[in-house]
Write a protein that binds this ligand. Structure first.
Ligand code: DQA
Length: 139
């Protein structure tokens, strides 16, 4: 099984960025642990701060991977283009958020991804990515 994790803007700063909300671990550290927990999964990881690069990667992986774990970060709340890209592909997309977006500002309650995602995992910290892997393995 091939699973790609796609992270959006500012998630390259995990570990340094607002640790009270996002924790103190970098994604690279977390990703190494995830890979060793699931040796049977062929993982890939991509992060970009640029909306078009995220869309390009969703299109590229959307016909070759078995699933995408997508944390589009702030673009979740603004990007019609990312929502349309998810509609266009075959692979299931699971929307991930580290924080509970519904307990934060109102603008974080709107998602262009939720209506086109297979499911959402919100508010469980970085463990949300592992939960996403479990969901894809079971589907
Ligand atoms: C986030 C929540 C978004 O609202 C925010 O813009 C992020 C991270 C999360 O993982 O909790 O950058 O997607």
């Amino acid at each position: 099984m091939r699973i790609i994790i796609i992270n959006g803007p500012n998630l390259n700063l995990l570990g340094k960025r607002e640790p009270g909300i996002y924790g103190d671990q970098s994604f690279e550290q977390y990703f190494k642990g995830l890979q060793s927990q699931y040796p049977q999964v062929d993982f890939d990881y991509f992060q970009s701060n640029i909306e078009g690069e995220l869309i390009d990667r969703i299109q590229k992986e959307g016909f070759s991977s078995d699933g995408i774990l997508l944390n589009a970060a702030a673009y979740t709340h603004t990007s019609v283009g990312i929502g349309d890209a998810i509609k266009a592909i075959d692979a299931p997309v699971i929307e991930i958020h580290i924080s509970n977006t519904f307990s934060r500002e109102d603008f974080r309650h709107k998602s262009f991804i939720t209506p086109v995602a297979k499911g959402i995992i919100v508010g469980f910290g970085l463990d949300g990515y592992r939960l996403g892997v479990e969901a894809l393995l079971k589907s």
